[in-house]
Design a protein around this ligand. Structure first.
Ligand SMILES: NC(=O)c1ccc[n+]([C@@H]2O[C@H](COP(=O)([O-])OP(=O)(O)OC[C@H]3O[C@@H](n4cnc5c(N)ncnc54)[C@H](O)[C@@H]3O)[C@@H](O)[C@H]2O)c1
Length: 303
């Protein structure tokens, strides 16, 4: 059984499913706290990218003196693999695969079959109700949301989301686990689409996207306004480009499908950008353009 005190988490094993932007970051943070981690994906190129990204991030943190061990020591705690079998040894299983309901339902059913009874089964979903994922398992009481924010090694917030049938003890233990990882848990006591933080962000992003689509303001001016006028550390378009506009579009589609139209833009601007391949920082173009060394520049339509 996972420990009650923070020390009790030492030596535990974590399986992270999905080695994309979020899964790689979650694996890195768990390994940096001394945990043994398996990082799984269906795509070998995704695993290779995840390894390279983790190495680069660890080196950067070490360069800033923010790592107590060598990057190699942390990296050595992570096994990269194509199978879900490490679920059988894990204390914590954190699913961070694509934001797709069918895919996640299948994964939860399979992970639940493989996992030990005392393991916690968590999803990093941005918008899918935890209770729906839990319904695909035989043990809904051990299913909950651990909604990390990206980039995970840099962001201090994790929403801990209680599904309708989540065991209150597993919920509290998970909040402790998040503290052990050096993050601050925000406890979400009821499982509603978008949870808390994405509902609030989506309301702001909806308005921001529509204002830009209607030609009222540019993304860079609106972002500067939110930074300077409201003290946001980054504007909504900077945040969306970092998160990936493809992920934002999937979240929007899901919110519409469950009747939460008030949280999504009226305009189809995000969908159009995604169709043009402008999916954000990871490809060097989104609402902004990014230089090869990662500098953000206003978008200009010269092609
Ligand atoms: N991007 C963000 O800022 C952010 C923030 C919070 C939560 N999330 C959520 O985290 C999850 C992952 O988002 P991301 O941005 O890392 O996406 P991503 O596209 O970077 O990565 C998703 C990964 O899942 C893998 N995958 C697909 N099917 C799989 C399967 N059956 N088994 C294992 N892996 C599989 C893909 O190969 C890919 O590597 C989504 O649910 C998303 O909503 C994203």
């Amino acid at each position: 059984m996972a420990g009650r005190t923070q020390d009790g988490f030492a030596g535990q094993r974590v399986l992270v499913v999905g080695a994309g932007f979020m899964g790689a970051g979650i694996a890195q943070v768990c390994a940096a706290r001394g945990l043994r981690v398996s990082l799984g994906d269906v795509s070998q190129p995704a695993l290779d990218r995840a390894r390279a990204g983790i190495v680069a991030s660890l080196q950067k943190l070490a360069g800033k003196g923010q790592l107590t061990e060598s990057p190699q020591t942390v990296l050595d705690r992570i096994d990269f693999g194509l199978a879900l079998s490490p679920a059988a040894e894990a204390d914590w299983i954190i699913e961070a695969a694509l934001e797709n309901l069918e895919l996640k339902l299948k994964l939860f059913a399979e992970l639940d079959r493989l996992a030990r009874p005392e393991a916690v089964l968590a999803s990093n979903t941005s918008s899918i109700p935890i209770t729906r994922l839990a319904a695909a398992t035989a043990h809904p009481e051990r299913v909950l949301g651990l909604h990390f924010f990206g980039p995970v090694p840099l962001m201090g917030l994790v929403e801990v989301v209680k599904g309708q049938n989540t065991d209150p003890e597993a919920f509290e233990r998970s909040a402790e686990f998040i503290r052990f990882l050096g993050k601050t848990p925000v406890k979400v006591a009821r499982d509603i689409p978008g949870f808390v933080m994405n509902r609030v962000f989506s309301a702001a992003f909806r308005e921001a996207v529509d204002l830009v689509a209607e030609g009222v303001v540019s993304p860079e001016d609106l972002d500067a306004g939110m930074r300077l006028g409201y003290g946001w550390a980054a504007g909504p378009f900077e945040i969306a480009d970092n998160a990936g506009l493809d992920t934002c579009a999937l979240i929007n589609r899901f919110l519409v499908s469950v009747g939460e139209k008030n949280l999504t833009p009226r305009s189809d601007l995000v969908e159009r950008l995604v169709a043009q391949g402008r999916v954000g920082r990871k490809v060097g173009k989104g609402f902004y353009r990014y230089t090869p060394d990662g500098k953000r520049q206003p978008w200009r339509d010269e092609g």
